[in-house]
Design a protein around this ligand. Sequence first.
Ligand code: 1MF
Length: 189
Amino acid sequence: MYGLVNQAVEDFVRRGFGDDAWQQIRENAGVNHEMFVSMDSYPDELTYKLVGAATEVLKMDAAQILESFGEHWVLYTAQQGYGQMLEMFGSNLEQFLLNLDNLHSHVGMTFPALRPPSFTVESVEGGRSLLLHYRSERAGLAPMVIGLLKGLGRRFSQEVDVRQTASRGQDDHDVFRIDYVGAGVSPVQ
Ligand code: 1MF
């Protein structure tokens, strides 16, 4: 994955748990890089090793780490020069999710090593809930998607309840159900 992802992992750990925790995680993961270059492509293995080492050092399970990291990603990219790009692809949660594949195509035009996941959106219950279908080359990242959705909810001031309703392995791909929290108001902003 692009170095931007590893930078975001580093930022997540340092801000939340301190520099010592980060150095320990880096060491336990056997990652010798002093820093990551956002535009360089790194093996996925490196990112998975960082998450694995973080479970031991932070005493959290991988799902908790991935979910919190997903929330952080939304904040982090907005702060790292991608705020305008995020704005271009939607001003409410549903619109943004409908545009996620377009966002990744846009990034992929400039950065061809991108291996983007694919998201499709299904409106159910007369628009009161969304089903988000997530397909990826990468395994094990469903908890991160839950965090991404919570981070997006925060970004758009739309509190959401997110549950996973299907998992790759048992099913063909992961599916998440998103319910808008709030007194029956229209989700359309
Ligand atoms: O293949 C990749 O390197 C890759 C990197 C990041 C693929 C996808 C992503 C983004 N994605 C991370 C989880 C991937 C899970 C998977 O592969 O199954 C998060 C996607 C996402 C979902 C919900 C809400 C927002 C999301 O992301 C917004 C986004 C997506 C991509 C970028 C920024 C924000 C991005 C921008 C530049 C990139 C890479 C990704 O590369 C750079 C960075 C700096 C300089 C040059 C290129």
